[in-house]
Design a protein around this ligand. Structure first.
Ligand code: NAD
Ligand code: GLY
Length: 370
């Protein structure tokens, strides 16, 4: 991907936990200087995986060293299997053995897996040390690096063990997306479409108009969708940091999406693909409940398909899907709550009864779900 060097800054205002999201091609090489602006004791642990480490580890390490930091590189395995308590503990072991202190930094260099895991270790060590997100996938640049949700998976449910721990800084270098496998790039577009659906009809229309350029990773368009997505995410998080109410809208597509990820053992679908199917199927459910029109559901499905994302529910037994949906963290008082669309740019949160969802599942039939 060619680079565009204009710098954008999105502010996340959360009193003493406020921070900047800086977006600029080539930022990877400036991490040392940017960290200096935050102070700190001179010790930095860079958590990454072998794939991202090979591509960008050296540049990040070089920049940090040039700014006077003592750097420890910590490698965790690639993929979702690293999001465990075991790997959290492995990171904590290194921080403890190397005598990291409250003023030391953790830098998460990688996708959402590395960000969630490294952020969680930073939240736990010495009751919380500062960390910086350097997201390198589209999912992590538009979603997971912002908002302070950190954590790991448990056999019973995804992201079940975690903590809110806001980063001190988010450094987004869109040029790193150039090495992303096509499948991961497309998966990230699901989270971008989500922002249009939950909050911004104009942005949704922009995605419809420019999907062709986005699939070709045209740098100006990429910078725009990353910036706009971060603005929307930041505004939601600023209103409801701890997800007591409004932040729940960010989970659109995730009730069905998380269920599909867990049914596939976190191997069959990547996160964004599961969210894409989730959004299409949840819009179908919203249509069944009379919450949105057929036109809204069809428009969203067209954009999902134009992005090359999957939209078919890979489940034929209702009980299997319903059971997996129960493990979603968004249960409240024993009831499952789901974010459903009303219009493009507007969603609502409704409690779901088993009987109603079963009726939808039967009524749409296999043909409509596929
Ligand atoms: P990921 O971190 O597994 O990265 C996807 C793949 O791309 C990995 O193989 C990775 O090594 C590789 N990769 C990363 N950057 C690359 C680059 N620049 N070039 C080449 N390869 C690169 O997956 P993801 O989609 O980034 O994140 C998914 C995770 O994020 C899930 O665990 C999900 O639960 C979590 N998540 C968290 C939040 C949150 O708010 N904390 C939000 C959304 C998703
Ligand atoms: N990705 C959902 C959230 O950050 O709340």
């Amino acid at each position: 991907m060619q680079s565009s060097t204009a710098e954008q800054c999105v502010k996340v205002s959360l009193a003493e936990r406020s921070y900047d999201i800086v977006i600029k091609a080539g930022l990877l090489h400036e991490v040392g200087g940017r960290l200096r602006g935050l102070g700190g004791s001179g010790r930095v642990a860079v958590v990454t995986n072998p794939v991202v480490g090979r591509l960008y580890g050296k540049a990040v390490r070089h920049s940090l060293k040039a700014a006077g930091y003592r750097v420890t590189m910590i490698l965790v395995p690639d993929g979702e299997r690293a999001k465990t308590l075991r790997w959290t503990s492995a990171i904590l072991d290194v921080l403890a053995r190397e005598r990291f202190e409250r003023g030391s930094f953790v830098v998460a260099l990688g996708g959402g897996v590395v960000g969630d895991l490294a952020g969680f270790a930073a939240a736990l060590f010495a009751r919380g040390i500062p960390f910086v997100q350097m997201p390198t996938t589209l999912v992590s640049q538009v979603d997971s690096s912002v908002g302070g949700k950190t954590g790991v998976n448990h056999a019973v449910g995804k992201n079940l063990i975690g903590a809110f721990h806001q980063p001190r800084l988010v450094l987004i270098d869109p040029a790193t997306l150039g090495t992303l496998p096509k499948r991961e790039w497309v998966a990230g577009l699901a989270e971008v479409i989500k922002y249009g659906m939950i909050e911004d009809a104009e942005f949704f229309a922009y995605l419809e108009r420019h999907m062709h350029d986005l699939l070709a990773m045209e740098p100006g368009r990429v910078a725009h969708i990353v910036t706009r997505s971060c603005q929307i995410k930041a505004s939601v998080v600023m209103e409801d940091e701890r997800e007591s109410d409004r932040r729940r809208i960010l989970n659109y597509g995730h009730t069905v999406g998380h269920a599909l990820e867990s049914l596939g053992g976190y191997r069959k679908l990547v996160h964004g693909e599961a969210v894409a199917i989730g959004m299409v199927q949840e819009a179908s459910l919203a249509r069944h409940l009379g919450l949105c029109s057929q036109a809204v559901a069809a428009r969203q499905r067209s954009l999902v398909r134009a992005a090359g994302l999957p939209d078919v529910l890979p489940v034929t037994r209702f009980s299997e899907l319903w059971t997996a949906m129960q493990h979603d963290k968004k249960m409240a008082g024993g009831r499952l709550h789901c974010v459903l669309p009303e219009q493009v740019g507007r969603v609502t949160i409704v409690p779901l009864e088993r009987s109603v969802v079963k009726e939808w599942f039967a009524s749409v039939g296999h043909a409509a779900r596929s």
